[in-house]
Design a protein around this ligand. Structure first.
Ligand SMILES: Cc1cc2nc3c(=O)[nH]c(=O)nc-3n(C[C@H](O)[C@H](O)[C@H](O)COP(=O)(O)OP(=O)(O)OC[C@H]3O[C@@H](n4cnc5c(N)ncnc54)[C@H](O)[C@@H]3O)c2cc1C
Length: 512
């Protein structure tokens, strides 16, 4: 993973001429911005005591406690645009003092014991793709990299449940499951780098959520190491034995403990997926068609609708970006017979475009993050944000976000798509390109968060809360909700060492 951007540097993408012209002539985007070299990145002076480092090394082995420049840089923050812009400028002031790589559940428990005793904060680190400030470390903090917990532990093909370790990256998990003819069916845009533990900890949702559900729907059981001991949850597909404590862990973003094992529902790999494109006159017409598909139970595995602006720019087809298409492009990916879904789409006014747009989307489905790097290098600020709401409230939410972004940023390019749908509602995913800098973007983001809460949406459908959304999350769940989460944290993590600052504002660990 490129430390100052996304993915494999060999896959870097040139900006098409139409986009360069749009940025320069219509949006007034300024000069290209070079990233500093890795060795020029500025790190804070470490403050971890030699005694704490020695005890950590005794648990995981000296080779698995890393304090070198590159390891610290690579575990600094996540991959939001503000994170990347700071890294490009050489600012790693939130770098952890050390990166610790345990090999299993018992070692995680012992690392937490050492860190509790020394009042050292711990930030669990999966793929490092958080876009909500979920990985802010800082002085005296350890990044707990779960990359060595990377095994497929067992497969039960009768129950269709697999036990996997949390540090597995999604492609590795899919490769191991494919050997048994199985799949998770979880393909977020961060697929190439994100881990199973990160998906569970942040309640991720993938591009095939219409067919496979969200990641939290797949978790039938999990094991968690906390500073107060271990929790092992989920011993049946469904249970009436009290509240479901798995739900306290899903979405907890490392604030309560470390997920060390996951029992996940798996499915047989489909023999083929048939992709196709449809065009709708308006976003409203396309979203009404999606609603019918969800409510009539004939959803394809993949379903994605771009609004007019996103269709015009061609974001759903990175190879054809700047193509200037009209209307609203809908992509469907069918793993079963497409007949019932196609009939609904046609009845709702969709024009069938054939296989090509769907195949182009499938081909470029993980390319957009590389495009973001090229836009940042060209001097534009580009970022995404998302929310979800009930169908009846979706138009209000859509307008509220767009109006706020335009009011805050002058003339940004605001694109939107729907790619996660339910019988009762859907998520809205916005991509914003602006000539404004980081402070203006951060002000706009605060205003959008407020607008989302006011318009009745949730502050996150799948990116999570992190630090960036903690204030809006507190408004969403109310003071009593915040108190409940604080009480849980106090019980599981009495010293407050687990990822302080994410989810709910809590005092940092007292230095001992
Ligand atoms: C370009 C890009 C595209 C993205 N697309 C999508 C998308 O399509 N869908 C989507 O859902 N998200 C998307 N994301 C967001 C991100 O990939 C998800 O939040 C993902 O779930 C994070 O996984 P990770 O392994 O990278 O976790 P990290 O970023 O390493 O961690 C995320 C949070 O979980 C905590 N954590 C990680 N592992 C554990 C563990 N084992 N136990 C306890 N806590 C843990 C961390 O401390 C942190 O707070 C995208 C991000 C980027 C940069």
């Amino acid at each position: 993973m490129l430390w100052s951007g996304w993915g494999d540097p060999a896959k870097a993408r040139e900006l098409p001429d139409q986009i360069r012209t749009l940025l320069r002539d219509l949006m007034g985007v300024g000069e290209p911005v070079e990233a500093v070299a890795l060795e020029e990145v500025r790190l804070p002076r470490p403050t971890l005591s030699p005694a704490a480092l020695a005890e950590l090394a005794a648990v995981v082995g000296a080779a698995h406690v890393r304090t070198d420049h590159e390891s610290r840089v690579r575990h600094t923050r996540g991959k939001s645009t503000p994170d990347l812009l700071r890294m490009r400028e050489g600012d790693a002031s939130d770098a952890p003092d050390a990166v610790v790589l345990p090999a299993g559940h018992e070692e995680v428990l012992r690392v937490l014991e050492v860190c509790s005793a020394h009042r050292v904060a711990v930030v669990p680190f999966g793929g490092g793709t958080s876009v909500v400030g979920g990985l802010v470390a800082g002085q005296g903090v350890v990044a707990l990299d779960l990359g060595r917990l990377d095994r497929l532990v067992s497969v039960d093909t009768e129950s269709m449940v697999a036990e996997l370790e949390p540090g597995l990256r999604a492609p590795d998990a899919e490769r191991l499951l494919a050997e048994h003819g199985l799949t998770l069916g979880h393909f977020p845009q961060s697929y190439e780098y994100a881990t199973l533990g990160g998906f569970a900890a942040a309640r991720s949702s993938g591009q095939a959520s219409a067919g496979y559900g969200r990641f939290d729907d797949m978790v039938v059981g999990l094991t968690v190491a906390t500073p107060s001991g271990a929790l092992d949850l989920g011993r049946a597909p469904k249970s009436a034995a009290g509240p479901d404590l798995r739900q306290l862990v899903l979405g907890s973003e490392g604030a309560f403990g470390v997920i060390t094992s996951l029992r996940l529902r798996v499915r047989r790999r489909p023999s083929a997926t048939v992709y196709e494109g449809w065009r709708f006159e308006t976003f409203q017409a396309g979203s009404a068609a999606m609603r019918r598909l969800a409510q009539e139970g004939v959803l394809p595995a993949v379903l994605r609708l771009s609004d007019e602006t996103e269709t015009m720019i061609g974001l759903a087809r990175p190879e054809a970006i700047g193509s200037g298409d009209s209307g609203c492009l809908l992509i469907a990916g069918h793993e079963k017979d497409r007949g019932a879904a196609a009939a609904v789409l046609a009845e709702q006014g969709g024009a069938h475009l054939g296989a090509e747009p769907g195949q182009a989307w499938e081909h470029g489905r993980f390319a957009a993050p590389y495009l973001r790097d090229s836009l940042l290098a060209a001097g534009a600020t580009v970022e995404t944000l998302e929310t979800a709401g009930f169908w009846s409230n979706l138009p209000r939410l859509y307008d509220a976000v767009r109006l706020t972004l335009h009011a805050e940023l002058g003339s940004p390019l605001v694109m939107c798509h729907i790619s996660h749908v339910y019988e009762t509602g859907a998520s809205l995913y916005f991509t914003v390109v602006t000539n404004q800098g980081l402070p203006e973007w951060e002000r706009a983001k605060r205003a959008v968060n407020e607008a989302i809460v006011t318009a009745g949406g949730t502050i996150s459908h799948h990116h999570g809360v992190g630090r960036d959304h903690s204030q809006a999350y507190a408004e969403e769940i109310g003071p009593l909700g915040v108190e409940i989460l604080r009480a849980v944290k106090q019980r599981l993590d009495p010293q407050g060492i687990m990822n302080p600052g994410v989810l709910i504002a809590c005092p940092p660990p007292a230095t001992g």
